[in-house]
Every structure is written in structure tokens, then in C-alpha cells.
Write a protein that binds this ligand. Structure first.
Ligand SMILES: C[S@@+](CC[C@H](N)C(=O)[O-])C[C@H]1O[C@@H](n2cnc3c(N)ncnc32)[C@H](O)[C@@H]1O
Length: 495
């Protein structure tokens, strides 16, 4: 059983098979009499959609669109800003398909290029375009030319895949005495690809056969011929390209203050990058809700309640994580509080409360997680400091907060240098002013206007602006970085 096709795809299929293709050809609307059997169809369409998912493709090229069934199937799997270029010879088909593309929310990802596909390929190569997935499904005699052009002109991305339709051509590729031009063209194509050292090919007997062809990393021979410096930069450290080095697969992380805002965004980011995540918050309901969000996305997670100003809570939090997952690799100490008062009026109670969470609490978390990490010989601690550690944000008055966050930076620098020789890196992130629902209240509006005039980027930070930084600091890619305060404030501290 294969998943159902979407409504627009079903409509496209119906419209294609019911259309009188012989008539439109007779009327001179198409150059060729197009057989309705050209259509990719349900199962192959879903296979293409699956391939787009599996390759995590962002940019797809289709050679031979016909009525766009394959194109729309693939577009459905692309991210919102993904793009698919569909090459088609027949102008009539663009008019035919556009109304259905317009009905689908994915149709806007598709750009149809009318003309000979080889001309379009040249145009794309000249523009420096590259694709993660190419689907070749046009005139069989030209498959080999499309394939060669794509590989010779770097139209396929480093980890890209080419999918080729009709590779078995009704079994004729295997008939010794076949005179069928298309069968012979496909046989020659299959043989060429199977001998091409640049790729790995697998043929799948689905419908008329599809070949999946993966671009391989450069071979030792090609490195020698091209006098390549075959080092970690060329191959990628431990054979991993840079984006793979940001992955956190198999790592155990926790985030405090993860029930909302920045902490929640950090928890999602670490989980999306591959880590198991303990979502820690004072508010049990919020911790569990965010943990549930991660579970829904397939991220192993655990909701924990802890008040990080209490030493026993901090100990219990780390113990619970170690007990469940056997260690802690990433400690994201994010929980913090902020109270406003003029310095001459700041009570000792306010000062102590702020420090007991922001600085003492962060220290206790660093120490508890650090002890586990030092034993493991590996760990990444990421504290949330603030732009207020660098500048004095104004006009609001927040002496205790500013001072406590400056303390978080010094705590980070000290631990970062003390523990790095035992494999534990400690860094902090200093966000600028973050856009939260609270900030949009009537009484805060004048304050927001004032802040905006102080921010070169012209807007407040979104929590998503901070997510890449936490993944970077949690990953091996930042191993040489320690004691650093990574400031993300749209340039506010520079004005
Ligand atoms: C097998 S159909 C494609 C089916 C389509 N991929 C789908 O998903 O339904 C082949 C298409 O390639 C187009 N075609 C043939 N030769 C071409 C060329 N030289 N350049 C661009 N398109 C071409 C034909 O007009 C036809 O629409």
C-alpha cells in the first residue's frame, strides 16, 4: 500500500488521462502527439516525493515535465522556500498545468522553463545553479547528454542524487537483438553510468524501472590528477562536511528555563540537530508541554521540574538525566529572571533573588553538569548571559540583572579556561532584546520604539535568531572555542 496522493495530484491525474491529446496535436497545439501514459502516476510520484524527503532536497530539477504530476509530487516534499525547475518542450503543457499548480499551496515552488531541456541546462549552468535532486524523464535519446552535462557542469550538488525514469524500458534494454531506438539509448545510458567512477547507481524495477544515481566524493585518482591537497579541509574533518559536523546525534542535552521563549527554542534546536533533550523548567506543566512538542517531532525528550536556585533541585535534575540516558554532554543553563528598579531603590531582596537564579543558579548547574562531564572527559556548557553584560540597556533600570549577567560572562570565562584541558568547553550566548508577546503590551510600546532606534538591524531578536548559535556551541565544530561570549543583538552593543 502506498500513501494516498493529494487532491491536486488526483485532479491532475484525472485531467491528464481524460484529455484528448490526439485532438490537441491535430489542432497544432502540441508539436508531438503526447501519450497520456507519459504521466508519472501515483506510486512513482510518491517515490519521488519520498526521495526529496530523504535527500532533504531544497532545489530540484525535472527534465521532462509533461502535465506536472512528478513536479507537483516532488514540490509537496520541498520546504516552503524550496524550488523546483521543470523543463518542458511543449508550451501547451505550461498552460495546461498552471491552473492546478495555482490551486496547490506547493505550486508556487515550481518554475516551468519552456524550450529544449539542453538549452535550459546551459542557462542554469551559466547562472551557477545547483540541484540536490534531478529527475530525468524526457526524450530517451538525450538522457546520456543530460546526464553528462549535469555532472560535467556541476549542476548536481556535492551530495546530490539523479533519478532516471524508464531505465528498464519495458525490458528492451536486455534484449540482445532489440532494434528499438529508445531501448538501445537506455541500454547505452545504463552501461555508461555503471562505468562512471563519479557515481554509484542502483536500478529499481519500479514500473518501467528507475535508476537512482548518487554523486560520489572525489576518488584518490582524481585527487592525484588534479593535484589536490587531500587533507581535512578537502575531505572534511573525519570525512564529514561542515554541516554534518554541526550534528548532535547520540548526545544528551538539557536546557533550563525551557518551558518557553529562548529556552524552548534552544530545546527544539538541539533536538532537531540530533540530541536527546531534557526540558527543564520550574513550571511542571510548561516543561511537560515542551517535552511533548519534541516527542511529537520524534526527538527523545524528558520533562523535568527544577528550581535552579535550589541546590537539591539542581543535583536531582542532573541525576535524573544521567540515570535515564547515562550521561550529560550538553548543558544549556538558560534559566534567568529580570526585575526592574532604580538602583537607589533596589532592595537587597531583589538583588539576592536575581543573583540566586541568574548567577548562583547558573554556577550550581555548571558545577553539577561539569562534574559529570569532567568524569566523561567531554562536555559542552552553554550559559545564557545577556547583551546587558556588555552595555547598560536603557531607559529601563535593571542593575541587579545587568550585574548578574556580567557575572555569568566571568563565570563562563573562568570555567571555560579551567576545564578545557579536560574536554569541557564553556561558552555563553548574549542575546539582545528578544521579541516576546509581553513586549507588545500597550504600556511597553514607547519602550520598544526607543529600543528599535538603538538597534542597527532595525528589529528585535526572534528566538529563532539564537538557535544556530546554541547548536554550533554544542557541536564539535566549536571545539576550539571556550570562555567565549557570543553576542547576538543585531549590532545594538556597537552603537
Ligand atoms: C515522460 S514525459 C514526462 C512525465 C513527467 N515527468 C511526469 O511526471 O508526468 C516526457 C516529457 O518530456 C518532454 N520532452 C521531450 N523532449 C524534450 C526536450 N528535448 N526538452 C524538454 N522536454 C522534452 C515531453 O514533451 C514530455 O512532456
Amino acid at each position: 500500500m502506498t500513501s494516498q496522493e493529494s487532491e491536486p495530484l488526483a485532479e491532475l491525474y484525472e485531467k491528464t488521462v481524460c484529455h484528448d491529446w490526439a485532438k490537441v496535436h491535430k489542432e497544432g497545439k502540441t508539436m508531438f502527439c503526447l501519450p497520456k501514459e507519459c504521466i508519472t502516476g501515483h506510486v512513482e510520484g510518491q517515490v519521488l516525493k519520498m526521495l526529496v524527503h530523504m535527500c532533504k532536497a531544497q532545489r530540484v530539477l525535472e527534465i521532462g515535465m509533461f502535465t506536472g504530476y512528478g513536479a507537483l509530487s516532488m514540490a509537496e516534499a520541498l520546504p516552503e522556500d524550496g524550488r523546483l525547475i521543470a523543463c518542458e518542450l511543449e508550451p501547451y503543457l505550461k498552460e495546461f498545468v498552471q491552473p492546478i499548480f495555482d490551486k496547490s499551496s506547493h505550486g508556487k515552488k515550481i518554475t516551468v522553463k519552456i524550450g529544449s531541456a539542453l538549452d535550459t541546462l546551459k542557462e542554469l549552468a551559466e547562472a551557477g545553479d545547483q540541484f540536490d535532486l534531478v529527475f530525468i524523464d524526457a526524450d530517451k535519446g538525450n538522457y546520456i547528454n543530460y546526464y553528462k552535462f549535469i555532472l560535467d557542469n556541476n549542476l548536481l550538488h556535492m551530495d546530490g542524487v539523479i533519478c532516471v525514469d524508464n531505465c528498464l524500458f519495458k525490458g528492451r534494454v536486455y534484449l540482445q537483438d532489440s532494434k528499438d531506438d529508445n531501448g538501445l539509448a537506455l541500454r547505452e545510458f545504463n552501461e555508461f553510468v555503471s562505468k562512471d567512477p563519479r557515481v554509484q547507481q542502483v536500478m529499481i524495477p519500479l514500473r518501467d524501472g528507475i535508476s537512482i544515481i548518487r554523486r560520489l566524493p572525489p576518488s584518490q585518482d582524481s585527487c592525484t590528477i588534479n593535484r589536490v591537497t587531500n587533507d581535512d579541509v578537502f575531505r572534511g574533518l573525519r570525512g564529514k562536511p561542515i554541516l554534518d559536523r554541526l550534528r548532535l546525534d547520540g548526545r544528551v542535552a538539557y536546557v533550563t528555563g525551557a518551558g518557553q521563549g529562548i529556552g524552548r527554542a534552544f530545546a527544539h534546536a538541539l533536538g532537531e540537530a540530533g540530541a536527546k533533550v531534557a526540558v527543564v523548567d520550574m513550571d511542571q506543566g510548561k516543561a511537560e508541554t515542551v517535552a511533548q512538542e519534541l516527542t511529537l517531532k520524534g526527538i527523545p525528550s524528558l520533562g523535568l521540574t527544577a528550581d535552579i536556585s535550589k541546590p537539591e533541585d539542581v543535583e536531582k535534575m542532573v541525576e535524573a538525566i544521567v540515570c535515564k540516558w547515562g550521561g550529560v554532554h550538553i548543558a544549556c543553563n538558560n534559566a534567568g529572571i529580570n526585575m526592574n528598579s532604580a538602583s537607589e531603590d533596589t532592595s537587597l531582596e531583589e538583588w539576592d533573588k536575581t543573583f540566586s537564579v541568574n548567577l548562583r543558579g547558573t554556577f550550581m548547574c555548571c558545577q553539577a553538569a561539569g562534574r559529570v562531564m569532567l568524569k566523561q572527559g567531554y562536555g559542552k556548557i552553554i550559559n545564557t548571559a545577556s547583551m546587558a553584560s556588555l552595555i547598560v540597556p536603557h531607559p529601563q533600570k535593571q542593575l541587579a540583572y545587568n550585574t548578574s549577567k556580567a557575572g555569568v560572562v566571568k563565570l563562563t570565562q573562568t570555567l571555560g579556561t579551567e576545564w578545557i584541558d579536560r574536554g569541557v568547553r564553556v561558552n555563553c550566548i548574549s542575546p539582545g532584546i528578544v521579541d516576546t508577546p509581553l513586549i507588545h503590551s500597550e504600556c511597553l510600546r514607547p519602550l520598544v520604539q526607543r529600543w528599535l532606534s538603538d538597534i542597527p538591524a532595525g528589529r528585535l531578536a526572534h528566538v529563532t535568531d539564537l538557535q544556530a548559535a546554541v547548536v554550533y556551541l554544542a557541536s564539535d565544530a566549536s571545539d576550539y572555542m571556550t570562555g567565549h561570549n557570543l553576542v547576538i543583538e543585531g549590532g545594538q552593543s556597537l552603537w
